[in-house]
Design a protein around this ligand. Structure first.
Ligand code: NAP
Length: 278
């Protein structure tokens, strides 16, 4: 049995560190390696992987969407998100899953920010926002306002919500303040504040509109503390970065690879420790 993470670029991926730590804890002698696969090379990779004993792989840019039509089966959540990040060989066929949203929901629950029953302001409508918004709705959020610079993308995302809990909104400061006033949790799924992103939030006044005790979850983990999280902490809000989501989506991926439930807290702890040392 061999596992991989594919993408282009992929050598910077933290997945090998995380998965090797979890496999080590389980005492499993399974190789997990990064493998560069360029756009357009997926069909050749799938054939190669099968021939070379690869039974599962994670996928990152630019393959998450392109994989869908090439697989033999796709899990309903991955189908709804329109992207897969985990692919397993099952009964001779490739089956795709998306663990991003489940990883985000688990990270929130573990941090005492269970989304069930909450009204949530979610910023962004890209790939990560889509997975997280659908997972928050599935986890029982009362309402999720999907606020995006390009309103049409937020509308398109919300149109795919089978539970009817997502509402599209714009991104100007006034709208963000009004949505935040109604919310107990704010989730940033944009690139704003990410290392290498030249842009930043124009102002953070929407944080003042959140009620006392509200949570702010930023999917970004580079830097470990974004300006958004620093501003949230300064206001006494509960701040959470993207590392626990990264770890928890990997735990769920490993459950798919091994096709059995794992001790999730133990897996997450060993993965987080390995990341800290790296
Ligand atoms: P994406 O598909 O490119 O989406 C980017 C989003 O950011 C879009 O909604 C875009 O709005 C918005 N945006 C970009 N620049 C903006 C600006 N100047 N002003 C306002 N909005 C802006 O990216 P993604 O794959 O969803 O990733 C989003 C973030 O999540 C990244 O920082 C990534 O590192 C993080 N992430 C973390 C994890 C984890 O495990 N922790 C997993 C996945 C992703 P428009 O639609 O208007 O362009």
């Amino acid at each position: 049995m061999k596992l991989q993470v594919i993408g282009d670029p992929v050598l910077h991926s933290k997945s090998p560190v995380i998965h090797r730590a979890m496999l080590g804890l389980l005492g499993l002698d399974i190789l997990y390696t990064p493998h560069v696969v360029r756009r357009g090379e997926l069909p050749a990779y799938l054939a190669w992987a099968r021939e070379h004993g690869v039974t599962g792989f994670n996928a990152t840019m630019p393959h998450k969407e392109d994989l869908l039509p090439l697989l033999d089966g796709v899990d309903p959540m991955a189908r709804a998100v329109g992207a897969v990040n985990t692919v397993c060989l099952r009964d001779g066929g490739w089956v795709g899953f998306n663990t991003d949203g489940g990883g985000a929901a688990a990270a929130l629950k573990n941090a005492g920010m269970d989304p069930a029953g909450l009204t949530i302001t979610l910023l962004g409508a890209g790939g990560a926002a889509r997975a997280v918004a659908l997972a928050l709705a599935e986890a029982g959020a009362e309402r999720v306002f999907v606020c995006n610079r390009t309103l049409a993308r937020a509308e398109e995302l919300c149109a795919h919500d089978p539970l009817g809990r997502l509402s599209p909104a714009g991104f100007d400061p006034d709208i963000l303040r009004r949505r935040a006033e109604q919310s107990q949790l704010l989730v940033n799924c944009t690139n704003l504040g990410m290392e290498g992103c030249p842009h930043q939030f124009a102002d953070f006044s929407f944080l003042d509109a959140l009620p006392a005790g509200a949570g702010v979850f930023d999917l970004i983990y580079h830097p470990a503390e974004t300006e958004l999280l620093a501003q949230a902490r300064r206001r006494g809000l509960n701040a959470l970065n993207g590392l626990p989501m990264l770890v928890n989506q990997a735990v769920l991926a490993l459950e798919h690879f091994l096709n059995r439930p794992l001790d999730r807290p133990a897996m997450a702890a060993v993965a987080a420790a390995a990341l800290n040392q790296n």
